[in-house]
Design a protein around this ligand. Structure first.
Ligand code: SF4
Length: 100
């Protein structure tokens, strides 16, 4: 199942991680990391295309509690909304929201 594009309405902020919010819901385990650049860690499989294609290199690798790789939008403020990550993610784990 892809990331919920309405996660900011349907979820609550449950914490902070590497300078960004984590959005959780009753049926999420790992949560959505980031807000304007959001990666659903329950959908991400650590493919890494987002890390490779981002022209401003805003993703870093992080690990889940069980040691699986996940991309982490640690510099989300740098996003230029090119949508390369969102359109190329094989599991549709990423949602880019333009600034208001
Ligand atoms: S939309 Fe473009 S700039 Fe923003 S995180 Fe994705 S690849 Fe990087």
């Amino acid at each position: 199942m892809p990331i919920d594009p309405d996660f900011q309405t349907n979820r609550k902020v449950s914490g902070e991680h590497n300078g960004h919010k984590v959005w959780s819901s009753e049926d999420s385990k790992l949560g959505i990391h980031g807000t304007n650049v959001a990666v659903d860690w329950d959908v991400c499989v650590g493919d890494g295309i987002c890390v490779d294609v981002c022209p401003v290199s805003l993703y870093d690798w992080a690990e889940t509690p069980s040691g699986e790789k996940r991309s982490d939008p640690v510099r989300q403020a740098d996003c230029i909304q090119c949508l390369a990550c969102e359109t190329q993610c094989p599991t549709q784990a990423i949602k880019i929201t333009p600034p208001p």
